[in-house]
Design a protein around this ligand. Structure first.
Ligand code: SAH
Length: 255
């Protein structure tokens, strides 16, 4: 059945007017007729079966009938992702929704190249991903902020899983034999005995974090540096891998 995210409150008998895009999708693309049922959610009132009661030129109207699922929530996991090129960034936010993030924060870092971001477009991608994946909420997306400022205001009760590729490519290219800083633990080892509760996953830009950023991060009491293996991953792959490992170790992929 088609699932739509709506803003309006949901309870028995309430009339809901989907956006014009949703109406076009319902009656145009999916050819829904009067009396057909769809599922609605708004992030607060659970999931409701609704039926199509009016179809007009400029939109349509649904009436919520019965609640099909009570509201659920995801673990308190944030993704903190540096801005990257548009394609990978769109992948990152879509996968963050599928992988059960509660919130996505965008950041700029010293090596961030991308400078503008279409938040509305990212938000639309997240709504679609939530509709498709069966979630009953759409994670919040927070406009880019400087990494430094984010860390200045960080709530220390939230742990930060810092995905640190180490010396990375630079070291490989220089032919350096020993890394300049201590190796980081593989993610699963680092998370094995880690506390549950609120967490965030931090992923850097294409160029990685610069040495001063890495040094600051490694010195923070709430920060757990982790490695995602011996290969350098692109930011989108790194985000997907890190969120997967966190969900498996501490999140709702556990029994
Ligand atoms: N600076 C790197 C590329 C950065 S990859 C280079 O040498 O070219 C983008 C981001 O993905 C990194 O900042 C890091 O957060 C994450 N990442 C990629 N591979 C990783 C790995 N093997 N372990 C941990 N994090 C990784």
């Amino acid at each position: 059945m088609i699932r739509l995210h709506v803003e309006s409150p949901l309870r028995a008998g309430v009339r809901v007017e989907p956006t014009s895009d949703q109406a076009r999708y319902l009656t145009g693309v999916m050819r829904q007729k009067l009396g057909d049922s769809v599922l609605l959610f708004n992030g607060r009132d659970g999931e409701w079966r609704a039926s199509l009661v009016e179809i007009g030129k400029r939109g349509c109207v649904l009436t919520a009938e019965v609640q099909t699922r009570a509201q659920t929530s995801v673990p308190d996991l944030e993704l903190v992702a540096a801005l990257v090129k548009r394609g990978p960034l769109e992948t990152i936010v879509e996968k963050a929704v599928e992988l059960g993030c509660a919130r996505v924060r965008l950041i700029t870092t010293r090596r961030t190249n991308a400078d503008h971001v279409r938040l509305e477009r990212l938000r639309a991608i997240m709504v679609e991903a939530a509709e498709q994946t069966g979630r009953l909420d759409v994670p919040e997306i927070i406009a880019p902020e400087k990494l430094e400022r984010l860390l200045d205001g960080w709530d220390a009760s939230r742990r930060l899983m810092f995905c640190d590729e180490g010396e990375g490519f630079d070291a490989l290219q220089d032919g350096a034999s020993a890394p300049a800083s201590a190796p980081v633990l593989p993610a699963l080892d680092a998370l094995r005995d880690a506390p549950r509760g609120p967490w965030a996953v931090l992923i850097g830009p294409e160029g990685g974090f610069d040495p001063s950023e890495r040094e600051r991060l490694r010195g923070l009491a709430f920060c757990t540096p982790v490695s995602l293996g011996p290969r350098i991953l692109r930011a989108d792959t790194a985000a997907i891998s890190a969120l997967t490992l966190w969900q498996a170790a501490l999140g709702d992929w556990r029994a």
